[in-house]
Design a protein around this ligand. Structure first.
Ligand code: AMP
Length: 426
């Protein structure tokens, strides 16, 4: 019988890796606290309509990438492909706006998209997601981006490119749509099949097409910035000038439309050349109509999502830096010694001192091998005979020096040593 493996595009995060994930999450949580951003956790499974209405029927995600199934023949459910729609569903369902019209929220967890798996693209991936609700001031856009850049810096990621664009509002977007349509009108035959269909659903999606022919055509297309209304233009100016004031460089990429329909005004991506084809590590933007579209009040929003897998692949983090090593390994020879070691080991752990031992009648050589493998700081060695004499050996694993110590006071001796070394390290 063949072994059962993970589902294609899904990945295990093994013990050598998890500490890196936790370290990133911790740094994110720290900076979120400084900015007053609170955690929200929503289910990974939602009603399919949430994403159809939220993300948009004409997007790649909704058209072809959702994990959707009918639950026991009753209702259509979908594994969340992104977090924003879920966070807003929760914000509306629990009327969080009634208690406070301003909400800064974050959530961290797995997302699911049935894309073609390749380097940097998985079917289950993880995002750190931030959403600001109730803020329409352009300085909120700048705040969100500044917080993001600072987080990436704190994580050791400096070599990134911030790309910005504006997608306009309900006032200027329709005119833009029309100008794109008339630009593409005579070129219909040269577009790929998907894009020809997009002309009827959402012509802006043509900017996203990977097809080289479509890319060539769209290069000369009109840009939203050319037709943006006065207030969208002003909004974008305040966002960009706030970033400039804080010395945050950015590039205006007028061809960036992002893959989700809900964006309005400011949109941004963080890209890096080190990621190859999947070069975006963060995507975000403003979505002023989404809360209303999903049945809530007319409340604006802005947010971003960092892709954890891509972020990890960019960081110079080594598993060794996060390895857990016991402070002390107890090598005990003989039945009585094993019994004493078992109890000492437990007492040390209860005091917060990482301790380990080997069970069973293993030879001293094999126990020392294990101590070495675990890379512990000290090894305590004793047999029944040493215990009878009241002395045990403590071996410093760094320089292999060894001292005899009283067994009576060994727990205190180890605790004192551990305390001193921690203070020294701290
Ligand atoms: P999006 O929600 O599409 O704006 O994506 C935001 C970020 O999530 C991207 O910049 C990627 O870092 C990450 N991401 C999106 N899709 C995937 C995927 N299939 N595999 C890994 N990371 C992804």
């Amino acid at each position: 019988m063949s072994n059962i493996t993970t589902v294609k595009g899904f990945k295990d995060i093994l013990p050598d890796e998890t500490a890196k994930w936790r370290s990133i999450e911790e740094k994110a949580r720290n900076i979120f606290a400084d900015f007053g951003i609170r955690e929200i956790r929503t289910p990974v499974l939602e009603k399919t309509d949430l994403f159809r209405r939220g993300i948009g029927d004409s997007t790649d995600i909704v058209e072809k990438e959702m994990y959707t199934f009918v639950d026991q023949g009753e209702e259509s459910l979908t594994l969340r492909p992104e977090a924003t729609a879920s966070v807003i569903r929760s914000y509306i369902e629990h009327a969080l706006y009634a208690a406070d019209p301003l909400a800064k929220l974050f959530t961290i967890g797995p997302m699911f998209r049935r894309e073609r798996p390749q380097k940097g693209r998985y079917r289950q991936f993880h995002q750190i997601d931030v959403e600001y609700l109730g803020y329409d001031d352009p300085r909120a856009d700048a705040e969100v981006i500044m917080l993001l850049i600072q987080l990436l810096k704190n994580l050791g990621l400096a070599d990134v490119k911030l790309e910005m664009n504006t997608l306009g509002c309900a006032l200027c977007r329709p005119a833009f749509r029309e100008s794109i349509l008339s630009f593409l009108e005579g070129k219909k035959e040269d577009l790929c099949e998907d894009c020809r269909r997009r002309l009827n659903t959402n012509p802006l999606r043509v900017f996203d097409c990977k097809n080289t022919g479509c890319r060539r055509i769209i290069t000369d297309a009109p840009r939203l910035l050319d037709v943006a209304c006065g207030s969208c233009r002003k909004h974008f100016d305040v966002v960009t000038s706030s970033l400039t004031d804080f010395g945050i460089p950015f590039f205006v990429n007028t061809g960036m439309v992002r893959g989700l329909d809900y964006y309005t005004r400011t949109t941004f991506e963080i890209t890096t050349e080190f990621l190859g084809a999947q070069n975006a590590v963060v995507g975000g933007g403003r979505y002023d109509g989404l809360v209303k579209d999903l049945g809530g009040p007319d409340i604006p929003g802005i947010g971003f999502a960092i892709g954890m897998e891509r972020l990890l692949s960019l960081l110079p983090m080594k598993s060794e830096d996060f390895a857990i090593h016991p402070y002390i390994f107890i090598a005990a020879l003989g039945d009585y010694a094993q019994k004493q070691a078992f109890s000492l080991c437990h007492r040390l752990r209860l005091r917060g001192i990482p301790a380990e031992m080997a069970y069973g009648g293993k030879s001293l050589k094999s126990q020392m091998k294990r101590a070495n493998k675990l890379n512990c700081r000290y090894t305590l060695i004793f047999g029944d005979r040493e215990l009878a004499a009241g002395t045990v050996e403590l071996r410093d694993m760094r320089d292999s020096s060894q001292v005899s110590l009283s067994y009576q006071t060994i727990e205190e001796t180890i605790a004192t040593k551990f305390g001193e070394e921690q203070t020294h390290l701290g």
